[in-house]
Design a protein around this ligand. Structure first.
Ligand code: PRX
Length: 626
């Protein structure tokens, strides 16, 4: 067993990263590692600048000679009776054809293509087809509303959308194509909607714009040369929430990103491409679905399982029955799923043979020690290490995690940074904290997988991540470091919520609420939720001429759900006569958080508020929630 303290941290990081870059084949090997400055006046992030590669070819073409007949994807349908295996050769064939369809309809290098897909293999084909021709994909989670989809299509100026007739999840269908049609009423510039037939449900097609994938795939050949791309050319954009404003389109590069996910995938999961059956339960709409379901596994020639459904359908034993059915060796999932399944008792787990499992992973939110122990002791029968991986959309790949051959002695701790990654903890004023301390988590040296910018708004990228503590990257997370140098992530320190592993800005929910005619003002905070991690608590002030009715909270919940999507549905709506504000009019969120958390005893000094008595009213009314 290796000690975490003995991880080899390179002195000369540029040499280390340049050596690490040989995890890929490259068309032209880079000779230079980094050119990075995080100073606002001189800002640049470049990795492997003179390298040339194609991400799709790295994931497919280079494996064909040795692994062509090997399974690239196992697809497990929502319906437990349906599954499929797809070899590297087959994926290559599908991807080249899809790339040719895009090309035939004028999609070019650098064009943006929005993917709004269910969890079917075609979602991965679409990502790789874009990468093959140098188009930039932007996957929008299939649970987002037409409004949210439209705003992303407009923001990145997409000219094509790839979608499906309908998605399937937990026995229900989701009208994806109909949502695209509604979104396109509010978005201009889309000339092509390539639609995959998944359910065969009734779908209307707009002539001249919409094409069926199953009709087009035989009209083109599977001969599609991969476009040589500069390492710094963007590979994809992914929208993610921050503490202010609308979601940002985070840009990832081709070379640095792919090196980083191939490096971390190999190291953290200790992958043996010839033996492992690896299953990441994330949705393709999130960064985990990009880095560790598609790009990382395929860059390494591994077998990746794609799951269309949900862990609780047809029953809460689904993860374990799929593990047994496909002999899964590595399972990578989110604490919210673990907590939900833990509630159902051990019976569903033990009903299935899990002897194939050798490694478990956790991602997306802090894992509480109780859930960790259940995952370790019951699911993994005490024999599987757990890699609790901390990272973010912006980091591209895993940054802090235990490694499988290290002691599993700290449940709930993400522990130590990977070789090549440099961290620091600071207090609010930016003073560096040493030794055992709790503070704000910063990253102090560049790494190849880091985001390159915010699409269409370079200044916002600098302002959001690099200006609070100049010269460093601010993660937005708090952490506790112990005397041994291990880290436990305590959660977001900004106005970002993590609800069932889904990242959401309170500002987005507030703006959805105030868009309703009955609402004058809204403030949204998170509170601890035993399954979802955090729940959404909304304080709402009505317009003066609106009367409160019993069904208004439910109407407002539905309104947010419609506006953003089901993941943003508020758990609690508290109609309030006012909000605690400073005399200068700033909402005191700290007080609202404490009330929602059920800790009115910890409000601190409220005497400086403009109307201190409002607090008592809010506290008294909030008691019905706790
Ligand atoms: O707060 C951290 C939490 O998720 C945030 C990033 O969310 P997102 O960009 O959606 O990416 C999720 C998948 C990587 C982080 O700022 N987070 C993620 N992983 C962990 C975590 N918190 C604690 N422990 C983790 N393992």
């Amino acid at each position: 067993m290796r000690r975490r303290q003995d991880r080899p941290h390179p002195q000369d990081r540029d040499t280390f990263w340049l050596e690490t870059a040989s995890v890929l084949d490259w068309i032209t090997m880079p000779t230079k590692a980094s050119d990075v400055s995080w100073k606002a006046e001189d800002f640049r992030i470049k990795w492997f600048e003179d390298g040339v590669l194609n991400a799709c070819a790295e994931c497919l073409d280079r494996h064909l000679a040795t692994r062509g007949k090997k399974t690239a994807f196992i697809w497990e349908g929502d319906d437990p009776e349906i599954s499929e295996t797809i070899t590297y050769e087959e994926v290559f064939d599908h991807v080249c054809r899809m790339a040719n369809v895009l090309k035939a309809r004028g999609v070019d290098k650098g064009d943006r293509v929005v993917l709004y897909m269910p969890m079917v293999p075609e979602a991965a084909y679409a990502m790789l087809a874009c990468a093959r021709i140098g188009a930039i994909h932007s996957v929008v989670f299939g649970g987002f509303s037409p409004e949210a989809l439209a705003s992303r299509i407009n923001d990145c100026g997409a000219t094509a959308v790839i979608t499906a007739d309908e998605g399937r999840r937990g026995g229900k269908t989701i009208p994806l194509k109909a949502n695209v049609d509604r979104a396109l009423e509010k978005a201009e510039g889309v000339r092509l909607v390539l639609t995959v037939k998944v359910t065969g449900g009734e779908t209307s097609m707009v002539s001249g714009r919409d094409l069926w994938w199953h009709e087009m795939r035989d009209e083109v050949t599977a001969d599609c040369p991969a476009e040589p791309m500069a390492a710094e050319d963007p590979l994809f954009i992914l929208y993610t929430s921050g503490s202010t404003g609308k979601p940002k389109g985070v840009i990832h590069s081709t070379g640095g990103y792919l090196v980083y996910v191939a490096y971390t995938f190999g190291l953290v999961f200790d992958i043996d491409p010839d033996k492992d059956i690896y299953w990441c339960t994330a949705d393709v709409g999130w960064i985990t679905g990009h880095s560790y379901m598609v790009y990382g596994p395929l860059a390494r020639g591994a077998t990746s399982l794609l799951f269309e459904g949900v862990p609780t359908y047809p029953d809460p034993g689904r993860l374990w029955s799929v593990t047994e059915k496909h002999n899964v060796t590595i399972l990578y999932t989110a604490p919210t799923a673990i907590r939900a399944l833990m509630k159902e008792g051990d019976g569903f787990v033990k009903a299935h043979d899990r002897s194939s499992l050798r490694l478990l992973g956790s991602v997306g939110e802090p894992i509480n020690p109780e859930a960790w122990r259940w995952y370790h002791d019951v699911v993994g029968e005490g024999r599987c290490p757990i890699v609790d991986t901390w990272w973010q959309t912006e980091t591209g790949g895993i940054m802090i995690t235990p490694l499988p051959d290290e002691p599993m002695d700290k449940p709930g701790w993400a522990t130590a940074p990977l070789p090549g990654i440099e961290l620091s903890l600071v207090d609010q004023e930016g003073h560096r904290l040493e030794g055992d301390a709790e503070g704000l988590l910063l990253i102090t040296a560049g790494w190849p997988g880091q985001a390159r910018g915010v699409y269409g708004d370079p200044q916002r990228f600098i302002d959001t991540y690099f200006s609070a503590y100049p010269g460093t990257y601010f993660t937005g997370d708090g952490a506790h470091r112990d005397a041994e140098g291990d880290y436990r992530i305590t959660g977001r320190v900004d106005d970002v919520l993590n609800v069932s592993g889904h990242r959401m800005g309170t500002a987005e929910i507030e703006s959805a609420l105030v868009a309703h005619p009955a609402v004058a003002e809204a403030a949204v905070v998170g509170y601890p939720h035993d399954v979802k991690g955090q729940g959404i608590h909304c304080y709402v002030i009505l317009q003066s001429d609106v009367q409160e009715t019993d069904d208004l909270p439910q109407t407002l919940r539905q309104h947010v759900r419609q506006d953003i999507g089901p993941v943003a549905t508020p758990d609690r709506v508290q109609i309030a006569p006012g909000l605690p504000k400073t005399r200068s009019g700033k909402i005191m969120r700290r007080i609202l958080r404490k009330i929602a958390e059920g800790h009115p005893d910890q409000l601190g000094d409220t005497s400086t508020l403009a109307e201190p008595e409002i607090v008592d009213t809010l506290v008294a009314d909030a008691q019905r929630f706790t």
